[in-house]
Ligand binder design. Structure first.
Ligand code: CP
Length: 315
């Protein structure tokens, strides 16, 4: 993204430039944060008169509600299908391409979609004149989650360069870690520890990207081996919904526990895109109120970054 090629669709993290993040999105998200947090500050209703379609073919709590709240705060009308696979004409075989053509014909300004298959949002964007925002496409990407994650890191450290970040858990199927790895790769002197059980390691496409961009990384199987070095630890759950049902998941080495917490630096942050899983137990409830755990700050930042993004795309 540059001044010469304005962002039209938001499909994958690698399309977002560092300059766009640092000079456009983060300052705008901060302004949105101030306007919603500071009592008496007026939220700009910059999207008044516009309407936005949310098509969610997979379940969501944070992404859908935060997009709807973001659009509403900015004055836009939102029409949502929270179970579009069943309650839209997708169940009669309508293609994703025809579905977005319908949204365009109905004068929506943008479509926010969560889909089951990696690449669905790209297919939609290929035929769409209105912005398509990928709110998670199967095991592909979740770029707006990565934006809020990076904003959270930036908010804590005041920069993103020179940080050591551990991405932990199901890195093979977790689209949020994939998208965040791409964004972190835009910064200087980043060191990534990729911590995953056997069978859940980061896929080759991301390793190739990191290699070709000179990002230093190591692969590990036990979080406790790297916890003391990390500035940020990004936990993820096992994406069991994307695995064959006979697969058993051993998350023992990729859990926050007392040994890990004892090793984590005082000023480090522990993140999670949520939802967290009781079965995988990657971030047990008892650590929720530890000051290093910023998981609900991430959720709030999802609101501010999505307000900033919608405002940028639709004004
Ligand atoms: N982080 C995230 O995408 O959460 P939801 O699945 O609840 O939207």
């Amino acid at each position: 993204v540059s001044e010469k090629s304005p962002l039209q669709h938001v499909l994958e993290s690698q399309q977002l430039s560092r300059s766009f993040l640092d000079h456009e999105l983060f300052p705008a998200a901060y302004r949105m944060q101030m306007s919603t947090e500071v009592v008496g500050d007026e939220i700009s209703r910059s999207l008044a008169g516009q309407s936005i379609s949310c098509l969610f073919y997979e379940p969501s709590t944070r992404t859908r509600f935060s997009f709807e709240q973001a659009a509403g705060f900015l004055g836009a009308r939102v029409v949502s299908s929270e179970n579009a696979g069943e309650f839209s004409s997708a169940i009669k075989g309508e293609s994703i391409e025809d579905t977005v053509r319908v949204m365009e014909a109905l004068k929506f300004s943008a479509v926010i979609m969560r889909t089951k298959q990696a690449g669905d949002a790209k297919k939609a964007a290929a035929v769409s004149k209105i912005p398509i925002i990928n709110a998670g496409d199967g095991a592909g990407q979740h770029p707006t989650q990565a934006l809020l994650d990076l904003y959270t890191i930036h908010q804590k450290f005041g920069l993103v360069d020179d940080l050591r970040v551990a991405l932990v858990g199901d890195l093979a199927n977790g689209r949020t870690a994939r998208s965040l790895a791409y964004l972190l790769g835009k910064y200087e002197n980043i060191y990534l520890d990729l911590v995953a059980p056997v069978g859940m390691q980061m896929k080759q496409d991301i390793l190739d990207y990191l290699g070709s961009h000179g990002i230093r990384f190591e692969q590990h199987q036990r979080l406790v081996d790297v916890a003391e070095h990390a500035d940020a630890i990004y936990m993820t759950r096992a994406q069991t919904e994307r695995m064959p049902s006979e697969d058993t998941v051993n998350g023992e080495g990729v859990r926050i526990n007392d040994y890990v917490m004892a090793a984590v630096k005082k000023h480090a942050i522990i993140m999670h895109p949520l939802p967290r899983s009781d079965d995988f137990a990657e971030l047990p409830e008892k650590y929720t109120d530890d000051p290093r755990v910023v998981i609900f700050q991430q959720v709030a930042n999802g609101l501010y970054t999505r307000m900033a993004l919608l405002n940028y795309l639709l004004n």
